[in-house]
Design a protein around this ligand. Structure first.
Ligand SMILES: [Zn+2]
Length: 648
């Protein structure tokens, strides 16, 4: 398949620069590209390999050993000096978000090691990516245990696969490129910090530029071969510039003045640790080499800091991304007096316009029409929320909310391996083999093992869940202080969900209907924004709210069947529009949806309608005041296990 040429990409200067700097100096540590859908992030990543120089590999080695310096641990080795070699284009290996651990690291058959005495290893994506590019689209949706494996390999340049004492290792050095849409959830900080550089990809706003992007895309789709030929010279030129910069990099001087300046910039942005300093120094050196220079200047540091700092400066979870460029210029100090303008490399040279990124994803929630007077209450004080959980044991992605069978955690039993044996339960394996020893003709002290004896550990830990908030935003809640308290409580639960790595969603009901304000997402930021702008007023269509929640959870179950939902209904239990909520509540209950009703009723005369709703839902019933994490005892059994049979 013909790739869109790297040199034909318009208006993604930051992203192209970040990729090129990493190609020149892989030690920078990779690129994370954040941006909405439709910003051609993936096109740019895939186009990169065409301008990277080919690599020499030992013929027949599945681990891409270099003939000049073969990996001494190579499972296909050892390779003799002067082994036959051939050039191969640089590979782009894509890691799918739903990949298994075996697919990523390769699979080691412990069963064969135990029963046949051979080490059998099937290389995974980390091996395939060695000396190439490892690309993770939607990297923010990657499972935690894959993230850990990826980080370990990236940090060590080696992939270790160990199963119960049988181990294999091989070199795995790659340029890590991740793309993500922040609206779908943030990356955990440890992974964020692993990426050397980050880039915000935004669609260009200038009409002429936008038109050019579209024009090129149409031309490419109409005739890829002709389009690629048009850019062949530029492609060759960029490829040659990268090779030249790689050669020049070793002679680029990073002196004490440069390092001091970098340290001052990092201090100004309140960056923890020294990683930012190191990344900026490396990226600045690569930038100088790319310019054709051998000394690092203020502009090199500036270009590097713009890409290395946005994700490392101290910020709160809900702060906007990006970097204050004025603050950066202040921290960098005066221009170097002896700076001379260096020759710029062709086309993809560093972008200098310095336009600040627009505020990210600030789509305000649209108010539904009709429904009487409405107002937007401020968000009240937050508190540390107690853990609400789904009863029973799930099989969802690891997290910190409900009990579940997981890869980690403590051992609760043994079972025959589900696929390749990976977590040997030795005692259980020996016990399973014991009754067959005589029949198998055992004479000496050695145990005769059969594949059927193998047992792996069954472990229990905690999973993350989908917490769907169903919030009454009607006029009956509109007494200003009350809605303020409700928003504060929901925000507290959202912060708690962020800690526990849950997905969250938000449905509100008011006026004539219910509205899905936020479809299930891992972006707690997005949920907090929708909550803050959620208006209050009008009638109370509780039934419509329950029906919308039900439909949302059904859709989500199809998409992500392992993730168990927890419905949190925040209401005073009133309904003044639509049918009887009882039937809608029973439908949720029959679907096995675990729920919590948070009663917001206040004042001297109370109807306790929310209590009846909780009963219909089979839900835990709490008041707003009960949501705080008051004691350890309060945590235990915080949700009654009403419908164990539904979850079992
Ligand atoms: Zn090899």
């Amino acid at each position: 398949m013909t790739q869109f040429p790297f040199s034909a990409i318009v208006a993604m200067d930051d992203m192209r620069l970040a990729l090129i700097l990493n190609a020149i100096s892989p030690a920078i540590g990779g690129v994370l590209v954040r941006g909405e859908k439709g910003t051609a992030k993936s096109t740019a990543v895939r186009a990169l390999t065409a301008v990277l120089p080919p690599v020499e590999v030992v013929v027949g080695c599945r681990f891409s050993c270099s003939p000049a310096a073969p990996d001494p641990q190579c499972p296909d080795g050892p390779h003799p000096v002067g082994a036959e070699a051939q050039p191969r284009p640089t590979r782009l290996v894509e890691l799918p978000v739903g990949a298994t651990e075996d697919r990523l690291t390769g699979s080691l058959d412990v069963g064969r090691a135990l029963t046949e005495g051979v080490t059998s290893f099937q290389p995974g994506l980390l091996a395939a990516a060695h000396r190439g590019v490892l690309y993770v689209d939607e990297v923010n949706l990657l499972h935690d245990h894959l993230v850990d494996l990826l980080l370990d390999a990236a940090a060590l340049g080696t992939s270790y696969v160990e199963r119960d004492g049988v181990s294999v290792q091989h070199a795995a050095r790659f340029l890590l490129v991740g793309t993500m849409n922040p609206e779908e959830g943030e990356l955990r900080p440890q992974l964020l910090d692993r990426f050397g550089l980050t880039v915000e990809a935004v669609a260009p706003r200038d009409p002429a530029t936008r038109a050019e992007v579209v024009r090129r895309r149409i031309a490419f789709d109409a005739d890829p071969a002709a389009f690629t030929t048009r850019f062949a010279d530029e492609e060759t030129q960029i490829a040659a510039s990268i090779v030249a910069a790689q050669a020049r990099l070793a002679s680029v001087v990073v002196d004490d003045v440069v390092l001091t300046r970098i340290a001052e910039v990092c201090a100004s942005f309140g960056v923890d640790g020294l990683r930012a300093d190191i990344v900026i120094a490396r990226a600045a050196a690569a930038h100088a080499a790319w310019r054709g220079a051998t000394a690092v200047t203020r502009e090199d540091i500036r270009a590097a800091a713009r890409l290395a700092l946005p994700h490392r400066r101290r910020r709160n979870p809900f702060d906007a991304p990006g970097l204050d460029e004025e603050q950066l210029d202040d921290a960098l100090g005066e221009d170097d007096p002896d700076d001379e303008p260096d020759p710029q490399p062709p086309d993809a040279g560093p972008g200098e316009d310095g336009t600040p990124p627009p505020p990210n994803g600030q789509a305000p929630a649209e108010a539904p029409s009709g429904g009487g007077r409405e107002s937007v209450a401020p968000t009240g004080a937050t508190f540390r929320a107690r853990r609400l959980e789904v009863p029973g044991k799930g099989h969802g992605a690891s997290g910190r909310r409900s009990r579940a069978y997981t890869d980690g955690g403590h051992t609760v039993g043994a079972r025959p391996p589900q696929s390749v044996l990976r977590d040997l339960h030795l005692i259980a394996t020996l016990m399973a083999s014991a009754p067959h020893q005589v029949r198998r003709g055992r004479t000496g002290p050695g145990v005769v093992l059969d594949r059927a004896d193998l047992r792996e550990r069954r472990r229990e830990g905690r999973e993350s869940n989908l917490v769907l908030f169903l919030v009454d935003a009607s006029g009956s809640m509109a007494a200003r202080r009350r809605m303020e308290a409700v928003k504060g409580a929901v925000l507290s639960l959202l912060l708690d969900a962020y800690q526990r790595r849950d997905k969250v969603g938000l449905v509100c009901f008011r006026g004539a209907d219910a509205q899905l304000l936020l479809p299930p997402t891992s972006s707690v930021d997005a949920a907090a924004r929708r909550l803050a702008t959620m208006p209050t007023g009008g009638q109370t269509p509780l039934t419509a709210g329950l029906t919308e929640a039900h439909a949302t959870l059904r859709r989500e179950r199809l998409r992500d069947p392992q993730r168990r939902p927890l419905l949190v209904v925040v209401t005073d239990g009133r309904h003044t529009a639509g049918g009887d909520p009882q039937a809608a509540a029973l439908r949720l209950r029959h679907d096995g949806v675990a729920s919590v009703v948070v009663d917001c009723e206040s004042g001297p005369v109370r109807l306790r309608l929310a209590g009846a709703l909780a009963q219909a839902l089979g839900a835990e019933y709490l008041s707003l005041d009960d949501l705080g994490d008051l004691s350890v005892a309060a945590l235990a059994g915080s949700v009654r296990a009403y419908r164990r049979e539904m979850v079992a």
